[in-house]
Structure formats: structure tokens, C-alpha cells
Design a protein around this ligand. Structure first.
Ligand SMILES: [Fe+2]
Ligand SMILES: [Fe+2]
Length: 140
């Protein structure tokens, strides 16, 4: 399983798109390290991904609160579910050193992450645009 940035993943809000692009690159580093069965490299890449993910969730949740977004609770729950999946992947890679499990979990993470980008994140950006909310540049 690999993940590459596609233009159709752009939601139209530069800060969110830039953070998503960064996360795609880091998540793909985890995938690549697992493909080469290099668990230490996968653990390092996952730590970096996880740090960026935490900051990204905080910034999205800041937007959710500022515009009192609809489905905000569902979006926050999706962030918690993703963080939980990352935690299980960390255990599979670092603690247990279980490569087959790590490969299954990273495939689930990639699939779920993309699905959530097109669902909750897309809804959030649409609402931000609709309200002229925070993070929108003067040209939008
Ligand atoms: Fe999100
Ligand atoms: Fe996001």
C-alpha cells in the first residue's frame, strides 16, 4: 500500500491542503519503510506523521469551534478514531514488531484517512467558504 497526493485531494483552503499534502508524504514514508520491512524506519516516519497529525487536528478543531460547524462532533470523533488507529499501528511497529499486522493497519489508515478527507474535511472547508470563515485568503 502506498499513498500519493492527487490534485483532486485539494479542498481549496491552502492551510488545510498544505497540511494534508505534508501528511500524505509522511504517511507514504511509513508505507515505504514497511514495504522494505524496515520497522525502525517505519517507527521514525510514523512519529513524524503523528506529530504533524496532532497539530493538524488541533488546527481543524480550531476552525470547527470558530464557525460552530455542523457535524463538528462527528468530525472530532473521526480525529480520535484516526489517532487511535495510529496508536495501534505504533504498537504493531514498535512494541510488537508485527509486520503483517502493521501492513494491515497502515492500509486501513491510508483508506480511512482518504475517506475522511473527502467527507468531514471536505464538509468543513465547504462551511468555512460558505461563512467566509477563518483561514480564507482575500482571493477566495
Ligand atoms: Fe479532519
Ligand atoms: Fe484534515
Amino acid at each position: 500500500m502506498r499513498i500519493f497526493w492527487q490534485d483532486n485531494m485539494s479542498l481549496g483552503l491552502a492551510q488545510v491542503d498544505d497540511e494534508h499534502k505534508h501528511m500524505v508524504a509522511l504517511l507514504d514514508s511509513v508505507c515505504l519503510a514497511l514495504q522494505y520491512r524496515n520497522l525502525p524506519a517505519a517507527a521514525l516516519a510514523l512519529d513524524e506523521f503523528s506529530g504533524v497529525l496532532t497539530r493538524h487536528f488541533a488546527s481543524e478543531e480550531g476552525f470547527l469551534a470558530q464557525i460552530f460547524a455542523i457535524n463538528a462532533d462527528q468530525h472530532r470523533q473521526s480525529h480520535r478514531d484516526t489517532a487511535d488507529l495510529v496508536g495501534r499501528l505504533r504498537v504493531a511497529i514498535g512494541g510488537a514488531g508485527d509486520l503483517p499486522l502493521a501492513e494491515r493497519l497502515v492500509a486501513e489508515l491510508v483508506t480511512e484517512w482518504i475517506r475522511r478527507l473527502f467527507r468531514e474535511d471536505n464538509d468543513l472547508v465547504a462551511q468555512l467558504k460558505g461563512t467566509g470563515g477563518p483561514g480564507l485568503g482575500p482571493t477566495e
